[in-house]
Design a binder for this molecule. Structure first.
Ligand SMILES: [Zn+2]
Length: 116
């Protein structure tokens, strides 16, 4: 199984080689609280950028451990990237950019990123 997502204008399209997640993470750090993202994490190997490389821009702050990718046209943040605790390159998918995701059915786990 795989699922697809996109930014709002459609310039950026991606797919993930995994079943649709049933759980998501909501974080209260300075950027997540502003973006309102519901995130699910996958290894980079399962992530495919179908189109839109040229439309993406990375926003980094603090220790620059994460790249918060957004579409230069519509401003939507479909995913972020970074290195996980075990050294694996990860993608944090914003499930709000996945049309097939039933947002109300997701079991949302709160992450206290503001204190991390
Ligand atoms: Zn866009």
């Amino acid at each position: 199984m795989s699922f697809q997502g996109s930014c709002h204008c459609g310039a950026v399209k991606f797919s993930v080689d995994a079943d649709l997640p049933t759980e998501a993470m909501s974080c209260n750090c300075s950027i997540c609280r502003r973006k309102g993202t519901l995130m699910a994490f996958f290894p980079m190997a399962k992530f495919n950028l179908e189109q839109g490389q040229d439309s993406l821009q990375a926003y980094q702050f603090n220790k620059h451990r994460l790249s918060h990718w957004f579409c230069k046209t519509c401003g939507i943040h479909p995913f972020a990237g970074g290195i996980g605790p075990d050294g694996t390159e990860m993608r944090a998918i914003n499930l709000r950019c996945v049309p097939d995701a039933d947002l109300d059915a997701l079991k949302v786990q709160q992450f206290d990123g503001a204190s991390a």
